[in-house]
Design a protein around this ligand. Structure first.
Ligand SMILES: Cc1cc2nc3c(=O)[nH]c(=O)nc-3n(C[C@H](O)[C@H](O)[C@H](O)COP(=O)(O)OP(=O)(O)OC[C@H]3O[C@@H](n4cnc5c(N)ncnc54)[C@H](O)[C@@H]3O)c2cc1C
Length: 544
């Protein structure tokens, strides 16, 4: 049996980041991927629509990656390997029902002016929110970047206690539970500001009326101003190739078409994996699995290898809403309508929305199994940042609909589309995409005439590209509070250690959750390579 220091199951961003970081510490690792392509949700394709058009089939925007700890550590090597990011000063905007639009800039002054433009006084509210948030940004970002069930997590709690005292700490914790609706309506007067921020909670897997969605709205609003909306030149595959290069140059292996069907356990310790077909790959120090809890505890481990409580909790793990993706190749750049068309045209990620209540309604309809009547449309315009993704004078759109039923479709909230037995057939998928494109045509005047080709992915199609996206849930499991933060992935097995020695659980289903941050891969790489306790204690002694 071939043996590596570590074997990683799956090749998403968390596995690749973990593998690259371990390699830099001298580990020999193997990354094993069941699909014929490496990268998980990072899937850049030249073949999706027409020759000359390059699409991010799934994940497109990299602010979480460039703002994360894994990138900070790997950046010098990624730079050397040609990974280049481009960014913008106008990361996002939202249309408003009256034909106006609202924007977030990367400048505090611009954001103050923008908010005041919609309601005098909202500018001061933005400034006050931003400054207040930054005063405790170490705690807010710490919550999303720390192994919570660990001494580091305890340290974060102690830091809050020292800063706020007992009652103040409880108040701070309580404030993180607020819903988006309650926070935006208490903070800003204008509907435009509410409609600008509310769609962003969809990108955290939540809805605007859920606990913690107000905290996530604040994190995102601050992150947009601080970090913009970076994308890698040439697409995410450039990052994937560079991370794979680090692993391979360090003597490791990255293999596509290698489905892990069993984690091998001997004497309570993970010793490797068995692939479909019977081949075994040994791991002398760790097996790191980037899979759902359903797969880890229901398939890769045998019932006797885990406790009954964890097995039951894994069975009850819930998946969130589904997602639909529409990719469009355009013969010319989109021409937006309205007074602020020029800004809409140069912002890479625009939400076409009817506002806070519209997002709330779309989420509610999707969660009841209905096709929403008026979905929030996330309109990605990658060519604004990276024009090379389309031939000269042409463009592409990356359209994302995050208010889709996660299971069988029970009906159409608009009462127009026959959903049949609720299966995502081609005709159901295209009928719904027609509705979306028709609505988007109200905001982009040349959408119909400029469309050269459109490709639609239903929630079922998305799951077929990556088995971790169950029911088309692009976030690897519901991010409702009882399944998030201290309780992700499972209340009895939170964080990344498992009941099996040497077996670690990473990926979107684990803390700090979904997105391209690579956070769980980073945390596990750090845990695996931290110096022994004696060395850490000695390093803290005076005079050392
Ligand atoms: C359509 C879409 C758009 C998104 N847009 C963005 C965005 O713009 N920005 C952003 O930050 N986030 C975005 N996200 C979310 C983000 O991409 C994901 O949360 C993140 O990439 C998940 O990474 P991961 O490390 O959990 O692994 P994944 O990317 O989920 O990869 C896991 C891999 O493991 C493999 N695997 C599973 N089981 C096995 C097995 N038994 N053996 C071998 N291999 C196995 C799978 O095939 C898969 O390739 C998007 C997601 C989707 C789907």
């Amino acid at each position: 049996m071939v043996a590596y220091d570590a074997v990683l199951v799956g090749s998403g961003i968390n596995s690749l980041a973990c593998a690259a970081l371990l390699t830099q510490q001298g580990w020999r690792v193997a990354v094993l991927e069941r699909e014929e392509r490496i990268g998980g949700c990072i899937y850049t394709s030249d073949d999706l629509t027409l020759p000359g058009f390059t699409h991010e089939v799934m994940a497109s925007w990299h602010p979480l990656w460039t703002g994360g700890a894994a990138y900070a550590e790997l950046k010098p090597e990624l730079d050397r390997r040609g990974v280049e990011y481009v960014n913008t000063d106008l990361p996002t905007g939202s249309t408003t029902p009256g034909g106006d639009a609202a924007f977030v800039w990367t400048s505090l002054d611009e954001n103050v002016a923008e908010m005041d433009r919609h309601a005098p006084g909202d500018g001061a509210a933005w400034e006050s929110f931003f400054n207040g948030f930054m005063g405790n940004a170490d705690l807010a970002f710490g919550l999303l970047g720390t192994e919570l069930w660990s001494t580091a997590g305890l340290g974060l709690g102690q830091k809050a206690f020292r800063r706020f005292g007992r009652r103040g700490s409880l108040a701070f914790m309580g404030s993180t539970l607020v819903s988006c609706r309650d926070w935006v309506t208490a903070t800003f007067r204008s509907d435009a500001a509410h409609g600008l921020l509310a769609p962003w909670v969809l990108h955290t897997g939540l809805g605007p009326d859920q606990a913690t969605s107000g905290f996530m709205t604040q994190v995102i609003a601050a992150a947009l101003q601080l970090g913009g909306m970076p994308v890698p030149v040439g697409g995410g595959r450039v990052l994937v190739d560079a991370l794979c290069g680090i692993v391979r140059d360090g003597g490791g292996e990255v293999r596509a078409g290698a489905e892990v069907e069993k984690v091998l356990v001997s004497g309570g310790r993970a010793t490797g994996v068995r692939l479909a077909g019977g081949e075994t790959v040994g791991a002398t120090r760790a097996v790191v699995a980037s899979v759902t809890p359903t797969q880890l505890y229901g398939r890769l481990l045998a019932p006797g290898e885990i406790g009954e409580t964890v097995r039951r909790e894994a069975e009850a793990f819930r998946y969130g809403r589904g997602e639909m993706q529409i990719h469009v190749a355009l013969d010319e750049p989109p021409r937006w309508k309205g007074a602020r068309a020029d800004l809409l045209a140069r912002s890479p990620l625009v939400h076409v929305t009817t506002g806070l209540d519209g997002v709330s309604q779309g989420v509610n309809e999707a969660e009841r199994g209905l096709l929403p009547a008026r979905s929030t449309i996330a309109v990605g315009q990658p060519c604004v940042l990276d024009p090379g993704r389309a031939p000269d004078g042409k463009s592409i759109l990356w359209l994302q609909l995050q208010e889709m039923p996660g299971g069988p479709v029970k009906g159409d909230a608009a009462g127009e589309i026959d959903v049949g037995d609720g299966t995502w057939t081609e005709s159901l998928r295209e009928a719904y995409a027609d509705r979306i494109v028709a609505r988007l045509g109200e905001s982009i005047e040349n959408l119909g005439s400029a469309t050269a080709k459109r490709v639609v992915l239903s929630p079922a199609d998305i799951e077929s590209l990556n088995c971790n996206l169950v029911g088309g849930d692009i976030y690897g499991g519901s991010c409702a509070l009882d399944q998030n933060l201290l309780w992700r992935p499972l209340p009895s097995a939170p964080g990344h250690r498992t009941e099996v020695d040497g077996l670690f659980h990473i990926g979107a289903s684990t803390h700090p959750g979904p997105g391209l941050g690579g956070g769980s891969g980073y945390l596990v790489a750090k845990e695996l390579t931290k110096p022994p306790l004696t060395r850490r204690v000695l390093a803290k002694l005076p005079g050392r």
